[in-house]
Design a binder for this molecule. Structure first.
Ligand SMILES: [Zn+2]
Length: 304
């Protein structure tokens, strides 16, 4: 069973529904929520659905899945060798910070840890989520007070739904770009409270464009919204905000570091509590594996 392979494989474990993980495999192992995203993206139905808390025994291996806290349905997988007791954990994309739209990730003790390290440098220690959410709400209020329309940019699966839930809790009405709707429907079907929302018409520049609502849209559609709705003010939710990053080529004026990924402190905490004998890192530039080696922990960057 390949773990999140980037190319089509006969049997694969798919940790979550983002497009770089959903390849049309021969057979996929997925959680119920990821099954819906996987079917939507690939059209494939050859699946084994694994529920959180269930254990699957195949030959001499025991396999179970746990929440990863990244997006709805995201999961970590643990494979235990029944002969030796050796446990391998693959985190997939994960975070330890809380979220309104996906269950929190536990730290899993193991001997071999394969972990996602997108933000593996110390500067990527994100501020508390409550603080970032408060800044987001304050920004939205300021934009509305200035007579403009707030547009919150985030990826169509995960970040957009988190923004919708935050805005709903703050009492705002929301309009979403049409590309967000299929994923939002899956969230709602699985019981996540996103609040009432409308889907923007194909012509966002029509007089009823946002209807006085806060717009949520993926960053790649920011320009088309800006061109048809001049009174918009845009912000993006991304961990890269730590690097001062608003994407230069997009008309997005500000960024807040609300990330679906583990920050550096999450990564350190995970390794400290999981107590692995060996760590393999994926994503990022390999800096976190170097950091671990300096602490005396055997670690290698797999470079994928
Ligand atoms: Zn992801």
């Amino acid at each position: 069973m390949w773990l999140d392979p980037h190319t089509r494989r006969p049997v694969a474990y798919v940790s979550h529904g983002h497009s770089d993980h959903c390849r049309p495999h021969g057979h996929a192992f997925v959680t119920p929520e990821t099954a819906d995203f996987y079917r939507l993206r690939t059209g494939r139905t050859a699946l084994t659905v694994m529920n959180i808390g269930e254990t699957l025994t195949r030959g001499l291996q025991e396999v179970d899945v746990f929440p990863a806290g990244h997006v709805l349905g995201s999961s970590q997988v643990r494979v235990r060798d029944l002969a030796t007791g050796h446990r391998l954990v693959y985190t997939g994309d994960f975070k330890l910070r809380p979220s309104l739209t996906s269950p929190s990730a536990p730290v899993l003790e193991c001997e071999t840890l394969v972990m996602e390290c997108t933000y593996g440098a110390p500067r990527f220690t994100f501020p508390p989520t409550q603080q970032v959410v408060a800044e987001l709400i304050a920004w939205v209020a300021a934009v509305i007070a200035s007579g403009n329309i707030p547009v919150v940019c985030g990826y169509a699966l995960g970040k957009a739904q988190e923004a919708m839930a935050i805005l709903h809790q703050a009492g705002h009405l929301v309009a979403v770009h049409p590309s967000i709707q299929p994923y939002a429907e899956i969230y709602t079907r699985h019981g996540v409270e996103l609040g009432p929302y409308v889907v923007m018409s194909a012509d966002p520049g029509s007089p009823s464009g946002s209807g006085g609502r806060v717009i949520v849209c993926p960053p790649q559609h920011a320009r088309s919204i800006r061109e048809t709705m001049p009174r918009t003010r845009m912000m993006i939710l991304t961990g890269w905000a730590i690097d001062g990053g608003t994407p230069g080529r997009l008309p997005i004026g500000t960024a807040l570091p609300l990330s679906d990924h583990a920050g550096f402190d999450d990564l350190v905490e995970y390794v400290e509590r999981a107590r692995p004998k060996i760590v393999y890192t994926v994503h990022g530039n390999g800096g976190f594996a170097q950091h671990l080696r300096r602490q005396g922990i055997e670690a290698h960057h797999l470079g994928v």
